[in-house]
Design a protein around this ligand. Structure first.
Ligand code: MG
Length: 396
């Protein structure tokens, strides 16, 4: 029998829309497409303002459509596109890009990815989701769309992709007793509170195992990334917070685990390489023919595990609490974190204050229920204002 993984005469390539193609995940997704032996075809790509990279990607992949968010960038991009590729600007273009794909990869950074997640699901698409913020902020909306049997999410986040793979070892969700989400611990694993008091942007951006965008790398240094991932797991797998555990695993070889009711624990292991979960999500339910994360047992000799230090890394505890409280608490958590991380990257806020800003904002949240994207956006804006107020107060 011919391999189902290869494109053949009777099998057309799967159409992929890459939203956020100029970022770290977007670029790695293009690498996966190029290595897919014709299995995937990029039909649409989007970026916010990096028109030079987007134009180069369009020349390489000849998508039908590119969408750019920034109007000034659009005027440059327009001059640089290959024949056969059309351009749209702004939100309406994003809908057309989503519509063009069989699979929509949401690789946008931050809250801006929410509209793409909601649109892709409402259009009944398979969503390869690398934007965890949209599940943190829009969890209730996403759950309500999925519960109506519309759309489908295949997680690209390596931990959730690992859990999804481990889940395939059971016949039903009622066999699952716990999800164990692993964390490398980030660049400051083992640091004392004193050592943490004056860490720099360069130190925070120096992740030991993963090469990623700057926002998620800072989130990894505070363990906020893990907190967001706990909420993401709660939404994706419908698991109670009492049954989601975080375990520190410095080698980043075990990407997460699922414990079943009979005591068996399944783990997904591979070298840290995001192209594996990206390829898995794009090709699901079939696996890619390229072994991106293949382990070398001559090199790998040990796997260590430990429990997280929630006192030194308060963002993890704050996120778990916000997740448990639900309603608009996770929106406030995420928005305040985005504000704080951006200021930290501009050297306008110390690393240790990120948790103060996020914790203060979550305390100010009134925990409203949200039924529409607009209501989520409203809460997000309130939370950003509150976060900026706290930052000003800390500086005075
Ligand atoms: Mg992750």
């Amino acid at each position: 029998m011919a391999s189902p993984l290869r494109a053949s005469a009777d099998r057309s390539p799967r159409k992929i829309a890459i939203m956020g193609s100029t970022g770290s995940i977007g670029k790695q997704a293009i690498d996966v497409v190029k290595g897919s032996e014709g299995r995937f075809q990029v039909v649409a790509m989007s970026a916010y303002s990096d028109w030079k990279t987007l134009a180069a990607q369009a020349y390489e992949l000849h998508p039908e459509l590119v969408v750019i968010g920034d109007r000034d960038a659009a005027s440059y991009l327009e001059q640089e596109l290959p024949q056969g590729t059309s351009m749209e600007v702004g939100a309406s273009g994003l809908v057309d890009a989503v519509m063009a794909g069989d699979v929509v990869l949401n690789a946008v950074v931050g809250f801006a990815g929410l509209q793409i997640t909601i649109t892709a699901l409402q259009e009944g698409k398979r969503l390869a989701l690398a934007n965890k913020e949209s599940l943190v902020a829009g969890g209730d909306l996403v759950s309500s769309i999925l519960s109506r049997g519309i759309g489908e999410i295949i997680p690209v986040d390596s931990e959730h992709c690992a859990i999804q793979q481990c889940m395939r070892a059971s016949v039903g969700a009622d066999e699952v007793s716990r999800l164990i989400i692993t964390s490398s611990g980030g660049p400051f694993r083992g640091f004392t509170s004193e050592q943490l008091s004056d860490v720099t942007v360069a130190q925070a951006l120096n992740h030991p195992n993963w090469v990623m965008g700057s926002k998620i790398t800072v989130d990894s240094s505070t363990l906020m990334n893990k907190g967001l991932e706990v909420i993401e797991a709660h939404v994706l797998f419908g698991m109670d917070y009492d049954r989601i555990e975080v375990v520190i695993h410095p080698q980043s070889i075990v990407h997460s685990m699922v414990e079943f009711v009979d005591g068996a624990t399944m783990a997904q292991m591979s070298n840290p390489d995001m192209r594996l979960p990206i390829g898995y999500a794009l090709g699901y339910p079939e696996r890619m023919p390229v072994a991106y994360g293949k382990l070398d047992w001559r090199v790998l000799s040990r796997l260590d595990f430990d429990l997280p230090d929630r006192e030194s890394f308060r963002c993890l505890a704050i996120a778990e609490e916000a997740g448990r409280l639900g309603r608009s608490y996770p929106v406030w958590l995420n928005a305040a974190n985005e504000v704080a991380v951006e200021l930290f990257l501009q050297c306008a806020l110390p690393w240790r204050s990120i948790a103060d800003v996020v914790g203060g904002a979550v305390e100010s949240c009134e925990g409203r229920k949200m039924n529409t994207v607009e209501e989520v956006e409203y809460e997000d804006e309130l939370a950003r204002q509150e976060a900026r107020r706290i930052v000003d107060h800390l500086a005075s």
